[in-house]
Design a protein around this ligand. Structure first.
Ligand SMILES: NC(=O)c1ccc[n+]([C@@H]2O[C@H](COP(=O)([O-])OP(=O)(O)OC[C@H]3O[C@@H](n4cnc5c(N)ncnc54)[C@H](OP(=O)(O)O)[C@@H]3O)[C@@H](O)[C@H]2O)c1
Length: 291
């Protein structure tokens, strides 16, 4: 079985290594984190691996995973490049950075890639259970991408290739889809509190509105699920509300205006496609009549 070394073993590193270990895909070998305690705890969770306290103690491996925070990827790549470790395949797990973050290793003959899983890893425990079916964006050197495609597919990921120059935009999509939701919810709840909604109603409001929104978007798609003043084209209401929000919180007011612009664009695009579908069906009716 191919061997896997880990540098960084937090939520993502532990989740992936545990799944590979459980599926008998990689032998998890050496695990390096910032502290001996966390490396030992990671090995316990993964169910395999030897905690090490420095790069020099790490043995050769077929594949290396660099699952450290984005800001520490280049620095750790440079440290590994400066060590005696022979060149191998390596990948990092960032969505926003491409494999050029590993340039120091590439210069030493390492085959570098990136693999980003589109899942919110709130904890290794929950992510391990939620992982099957997760899309995984692969980028970088071809032979490492092929190795990763097989490895991620084996633990239930749905892999696709992404161009290096598109990673930032791709990751911004994930930020819109998931990271901004808690921000919007926190802003909504602060506005309700400031306007006198009783605190004991907030948990129920949160659950009901989020649940309905998710159900509608999933069933109908985003354009058809859009409701509210922008969807009705009520520009006067949008403007009045934007002023009220800005008066309460200028940053929330700016966000309200920007999101209302996008909501109007979505509502208009939906109306335009309905009109085009109606004119196509009229043209169809007309041509069938004329036949
Ligand atoms: N969390 C997500 O939802 C998610 C989703 C997809 C992709 N990612 C990507 O996955 C990567 C890892 O994220 P994560 O959420 O797993 O991070 P994390 O839970 O914070 O774990 C980071 C790991 O790296 C170690 N570490 C932290 N700073 C370091 C440094 N300066 N040098 C060396 N090691 C360091 C930590 O050591 P200690 O254990 O000793 O603290 C820990 O083991 C990132 O590139 C992130 O963008 C995250």
């Amino acid at each position: 079985m191919a061997t896997l070394n880990l540098i960084g073993a937090g939520r993502v590193g532990q989740t992936l290594a545990r799944r590979w270990q459980q599926h008998g895909y990689f032998t998890v070998q050496d695990v390096l984190t910032r502290s001996a305690d966390s490396a030992a705890a990671a090995c316990t969770f993964i169910g395999a691996g030897r905690p090490v306290s420095d790069l020099g103690s790490m043995r050769n491996a077929d594949v290396w995973m660099l699952a450290v925070p984005d800001a520490a990827i280049a620095e750790n790549a440079a440290l590994l490049a400066a060590s005696e470790a022979p060149a191998s395949s390596i990948f990092h797990c960032s969505g926003a950075l491409d494999s050029s973050a590993l340039a120091a290793l590439q210069a030493c003959g390492w085959r570098c890639a990136s693999a980003h899983c589109l899942l919110s890893f709130t904890s290794a425990h929950s992510a391990s259970q939620q992982f099957p079916g997760t899309p995984c964006a692969l980028e970088g050197e071809a032979s490492t991408r092929a190795v990763l495609h097989a490895a991620f597919s084996a633990i239930g990921a749905r892999c696709f290739d992404i161009a290096a120059q598109n990673k930032l935009l791709y990751h911004a999509g994930a930020v819109f889809a998931t990271n901004f939701l808690p921000v919007l919810q926190a802003t909504a709840e602060a506005a309700w509190s400031a306007s006198g909604v009783p605190a004991e109603l907030l948990p129920d409001l949160r659950q009901a509105l989020l649940h309905n929104a998710v159900a509608n978007i999933t069933r109908l798609g985003p354009a058809a699920a859009l409701t509210g003043p922008a969807a009705r084209g009520d520009l006067a209401a949008v403007t009045r509300q934007a002023s009220a929000v800005s008066h309460w919180d200028p940053a929330a007011g700016a966000a309200y205006r920007a999101l209302s612009d996008l909501a109007l664009r979505l509502a208009n695009s939906s109306k335009a496609s309905e009109a085009s579908a109606a004119s196509t069906s009229c043209a169809g009716a007309f041509s069938s009549k004329s036949i």
